[in-house]
Design a protein around this ligand. Structure first.
Ligand SMILES: [Zn+2]
Length: 112
């Protein structure tokens, strides 16, 4: 499952950064083009964290819309489907601005 491997990747990064300290919450950003279903990711997150010493750690998912900038008419379009195209002039001469993000933005480290 796609979301399961993502959840494992997040857990690995979190463990690395937390270095053994308890973590209350993790904030991540995922781009729309990553095709992640937030509910599925949260479910997988619970599974992964239950087995890895991150029990109870909340996952806060911020979804970043996919946007492209047009080289022909300078319009910026927000895309719902992963087809790189300007919605103003239908040019495919566009640059992806956002939508591929996948990163851990912050950790909430608990005081012990
Ligand atoms: Zn255009």
């Amino acid at each position: 499952m796609h979301e399961l491997s993502i959840a494992e990747a997040i857990a690995n990064k979190v463990r690395e950064r937390a270095a053994g300290r308890p973590v209350g919450a993790v904030a991540i950003q995922v781009g729309h083009f990553r095709q992640i279903v937030p509910d599925a990711l949260e479910f997988c997150w619970t599974m992964v964290t239950d087995a890895t010493g991150l029990e109870g750690c909340r996952l806060e998912i911020e979804q970043i819309p996919a946007t492209v900038g047009c080289q022909d008419c300078d319009a910026v379009s927000t895309l719902d489907v992963p087809i790189l195209m300007c919605l103003s002039c239908e040019s495919t001469n566009v640059t992806l601005l956002t939508g591929q993000e996948f990163m851990v933005v912050s950790l909430e480290i608990l005081e012990v």
